[in-house]
Design a protein around this ligand. Sequence first.
Ligand code: GDP
Ligand code: IMO
Ligand code: MG
Length: 419
Amino acid sequence: MGTILLGLQWGDEGKGKITDYLAEKMDYVVRFQGGDNAGHTIKIDKNYFFNHLIPSGIMYPNVQCVIGNGVVVNPEMLLKEINTLKEKNISTKNLFISDKCNIIMDFHIALDSAKEGKDEKIGTTKRGIGPTYRDKIARIGIRFCDFENTGLAKENIKKNLKFNNFILKNLYGKSEFDPKDIYKKYEKYYKQLLPHIRNTEMMLFEACKEGKKILFEGAQGTFLDIDFGTYPFVTSSNTTAGGAITGTGFPITSINKVVGVVKAYTTRVGNGPFPTELNDETGDKLAEKGKEFGTTTGRQRRVGWLDLVMLRYAVKINGITGIAITKLDVLNGLSRLKVCTEYRLNNKKIKNYPSNYIELEGVTPVYKDFDGWGAFDNIESLDELPENAKKYLKFIEKYLEVPIEIISFGAGRRNTIEI
Ligand code: GDP
Ligand code: IMO
Ligand code: MG
């Protein structure tokens, strides 16, 4: 059976931590979209691990880790990540990559940077994600399976660069790439990664048939989804639950849980609307306490109050069955805190989540106030939480009509309770 785990906000909700926590009881952990724009942190004892492409189940030698067809892979970055883990004595023998993954090549990164430098900025991670997904949809992408002795890779790189070199040179005034050099470079990477490359959809189908437990690890978050996010300030993949199916080939009828990871407040990195953003001392305090700096780019994250209007929408479009709430400890010590329960536009309550960003930028959030709570440490059950923290969580649960199943109050594995 399959469980999907994904972020319900703008990414960095703590998906890496919760995936690592749940992976202990899993047979497989599978990435299904995004690429090395993701940065998932795991803390074991005093050591931090940062995964960009490798699934966060990799700490367990018995867990099979799969990078599904929906992921765009920069092989250079993946090989670096494999080596970093090897240096720390973590085996990557159990890592499998779909032969259908589209490959991020140097010219995709050049295109991403050139576009960000010229047009209205999205604030991308400049990892080549958008241009690679664009090529996939335009049917000029290059996949690992193209390198399987058919001559397809050479031919596809040539065809692709006819288009992308034209854009680089004429639209952005940048240097062109030589198809022969690109082929040589990526053929080498392909050969290095070959022991890991598989038809992963068949692997997962067999695992499902055998009754194995499979966890799908989302990257980014619901409001960065290409369809349902705050377009155009989004990433280029479906970060929502459907992406786990199209990004792996897993049978939809075998998914039995969808866990939404929610930070106890809200953060966003990059540009775009953010109705509950705090541009004041409280925001600075939360950013500092929550160490809100990007895992991939090191950029400072924008910070704001928890937004239940966006979460209610996220719960619906993902079919969420349970919530994992993270970073509750970061709110400790505040005297008062707020939660957004309604958006108003021109003094009227908005019924549906706004579809265009201009409207979203114009909304006024309506807040409910809560009394704060003091510090707590190493609790082992819900009962041990301070009363006001319990009230905060109960309100969220009731508003969203979904149970909170996991509470995280620190980066480590032990700072977690299951309800
Ligand atoms: P992801 O992209 O969703 O995996 O999240 P990131 O790893 O980018 O960012 C989450 C950050 O918060 C990381 O530095 C985690 O170590 C940290 N973290 C996760 N859960 C908690 C928590 O409950 N409390 C605190 N204080 N930190 C947490
Ligand atoms: P994880 O998995 C937070 C944001 C970028 C930018 C937008 C588009 O760690 O939660 P892209 O490079 O994807 O074309 O950038 O998406 N973004 C993320 N924000 N967490 C992430 O991943 C993100 N991946 C992309 O900042 O606003
Ligand atoms: Mg992250």
